[in-house]
Design a protein around this ligand. Structure first.
Ligand code: PMP
Length: 398
């Protein structure tokens, strides 16, 4: 029966990884897939996570089902991390939340919840955005619209155009915002711009939906929560999908949090039961393991400190690589000003070069990244940065 289905085009990122593997150039560079890599090109288990695994192995005495909302300590720890320990919405008992299978799982169940509110809900996503936002929202049946976000020509946020669009968004619509470290552009809103988003959300009465997949990778764990906290403290309702894939390095364990800030505590109870019922109908309950590890880390002062140090190391490594790359591009005589790369945050940067130039990087210099010109900054290292800068200058100046 499945022959009736169309053959799908291969996933461009997976195609890129396959092409990278086949390339026999010993100096090839992979800046494609979005996972953090260390100086040696590995994605190691964080030491705080390794210690938590040992503790969990001792502590866990049963593999019986957990509850549909997931590990409660995980939920409490994550809400503190995202909203702040003294968050007014937490104090007011206005936050429903469940553990979910990764940021993707969180996005998907929240999308499903939105269809329960209104199956015709419109979700506004940034242009450009992370490609998977489209199926995660769209497959739930939501209709998608875009708001302008980034201008490649000037390598900056099109904030005025974004605001013009947000001023037309209707009551009950949803606006998906990247909490920090915008994927794919690396361009984040300033504090003043977040304030303006709050104002327009109040005025238009739309629902902000914050995707927080890189907390700690931009300016710091607290700093990266600025936008989401501002929204939660100033608006009656906000929804949040957070991921522990990057900042805890728990990619394959599928750990995320779906949170719903409601207007009052009575509505929180409704939202809590509804989101659990959505999860029950899709996968019943989340996998426990990764959530249990995060719970152990966040509830132990020393382990939490160790984890924060590791997050800081990852962030600092990426930000050092950004400035080093800009420096080396200038030193090699690049005819384009790449200083904007220094202002971008997190794991990704848009290099703002053309798809033809990206293909030249791949075909002539064995440097692999997607045609949009998004690079994974963590794929750069002291060992490959000179080759990378030379290849870029050769392509850009030609
Ligand atoms: N949102 C964004 C913007 C992302 O980049 C990612 C990961 N690439 C996710 C959500 C979800 O990540 P995961 O499901 O692996 O936790």
């Amino acid at each position: 029966m499945f022959e009736v289905l169309p053959q799908l085009a291969p996933d461009p990122i997976l195609g890129l990884s396959a092409a990278f593997k086949q390339d026999t150039n010993p100096n090839k560079i992979d800046l494609g897939v979005g996972v953090y890599k260390d100086e040696q090109g590995n994605t190691p288990i964080l030491s705080a996570v390794a210690k938590a695994q040992t503790i969990l192995l001792e502590r866990e005495k049963s593999k019986t089902y957990i509850t549909p909302q997931g590990v409660q300590g995980f939920i409490d720890g994550m809400l503190g991390l995202i909203l702040g320990e003294k968050s007014p919405v937490l104090m007011a008992d206005r936050v429903a939340a469940v553990q979910a299978p990764g940021g993707c799982g969180s996005l998907r169940i929240l999308a499903e919840l939105l269809t329960r509110v209104n199956k015709d809900t419109k979700v506004w996503i940034s242009d450009p955005t992370w490609a998977n936002h489209i199926p995660l929202m769209g497959n739930a049946g939501l209709s998608l619209e875009t708001y302008p976000y980034f201008d490649k020509a000037t390598a900056s946020i099109r904030f005025d155009a974004m605001m013009d669009t947000l001023r037309k968004v209707e009551k009950g619509d949803v606006v998906l915002l990247h909490g920090c470290c915008h994927n794919p552009t690396g361009a984040d809103l300033t504090k003043e711009q977040w304030q303006q988003v709050v104002e327009v959300a109040k005025e238009r009465e739309f629902l902000p939906f914050v995707d927080l997949a890189y907390q700690g990778f931009g300016d710091g764990l607290e700093e990266d929560a600025y936008g989401v906290r501002l929204l939660c403290e100033n608006l009656p309702e906000v929804i949040i999908a957070a991921s522990c894939s990057k900042n805890f390095g728990l990619y394959r364990e599928r750990v995320g949090l779906a949170a719903i800030v409601t207007a009052d505590s009575a509505t929180k109870k409704i939202a809590q039961a509804q989101i659990q019922s959505v999860a029950r109908g899709m996968y019943s309950m989340p996998p426990s393991y990764g959530g249990a590890l995060v719970d152990i880390i966040l509830s132990d002062v020393a382990l939490k400190q160790e984890w924060e140090t590791e997050v800081n190391e990852m962030r600092n490594r990426m930000s050092t690589l950004r400035s080093l790359l800009v420096e080396k591009l200038t030193a090699n005589g690049a005819q384009k000003d790449f200083s904007f790369v220094n202002n971008q945050k997190g794991m990704f940067s848009f290099l703002c070069i053309t798809p033809e130039q990206v293909q030249k990087m791949r075909n002539e210099h064995s440097v692999y990244f997607v045609d949009s010109s998004r690079v994974n900054v963590a794929g750069i290292s002291q060992a490959n940065i000179d080759d990378l800068a030379k290849a870029m200058v050769a392509v850009i100046n030609s």
